[in-house]
Design a protein around this ligand. Structure first.
Ligand SMILES: [Zn+2]
Length: 103
């Protein structure tokens, strides 16, 4: 199955965002990722977090879901790391590509 790269969170790899980080025209959607809680257009542009910095903070804090009701029951580190592998798919589409380091 081919995933829609625009719907992948570039921070945590969650792959079912409603809109994704940016509109077709390149404007931030202000969508908040239910998994890591990153708000596109706010945490990056106003708060100054790079995706990498936010990801490190999220993982260091126990990688809990922002929307707790959506957190899978068996959510654990291997599952989180598997989800993070989606981030590589979204890199090519990201306008912040230069800010993203290897995970
Ligand atoms: Zn996320």
């Amino acid at each position: 199955m081919i995933k829609d790269c625009r719907k992948i969170c570039p921070v945590c790899g969650y792959d079912d965002l409603d809109e994704g980080p940016f509109t077709e025209g390149g404007y931030p959607t202000y969508e908040i990722c239910p998994c890591c809680g990153y708000e596109f257009g706010y945490d990056d542009e106003a708060a100054g977090f790079s995706y990498t910095a936010f990801r490190e903070k999220w993982i260091a804090g126990g990688f809990r879901w922002f929307t707790e009701e959506e957190q899978p029951n068996n959510w654990d580190r291997p599952m989180m790391e598997k989800q993070l592998s989606n981030v590589k798919l979204s890199k090519a589409k990201s306008r912040y590509v230069a800010k993203i380091d290897n995970i």
